[in-house]
Ligand binder design. Sequence first.
Ligand SMILES: [Zn+2]
Length: 186
Amino acid sequence: MKIDLSDYARGAALAADLVNSAPEVRRISGEVLVDPAALGRFLAERGLDHEPVAEDLVQVLELRRELRAVLEARDEDGVAEAAGELVRRASAGPVLGRDADGRWQWQVETAPRASLADELAVLAGLGLLGALRALGHERFRPCASPVCDGVFVDTSKAGRRRYCTPGLCGNRINVANHRARRRERG
Ligand SMILES: [Zn+2]
């Protein structure tokens, strides 16, 4: 896998999406990565072509726990260190390679025999480091929804994003329904 250093938003989004696929975040729909095929679909939706096996899934779920800790860390030097450690698992380079439009880009390549989880660790780690450097630690945020434990990195230009999954967590009806149910249980 070749990873463009300028495209940190992609890796940062992958890191957050992976964390937010966990059942403790998706409390209603539950675990997203229920089996290797579900992981394959998750990756395909993000332009990553891979057919994971059971061992890949185990390792990716372990990486997901590590990424949650990085995204939630209060100490930004700690974030830089932990994300750097993820990058070191399988990276070589940097090299100069051409992107899809034929332009030269600084790239990091993953080792030829790197596992899926280590490739994702490099992609996510570089994304988090890039976002930290370009945008600052303030852009690493918990979801503002009172009924969601998701996290995200706001890589938007304006920097005013509040929800991990805008269409879902920013939905007032969902929040109102949740509060009503809580009152009923009371
Ligand atoms: Zn959310």
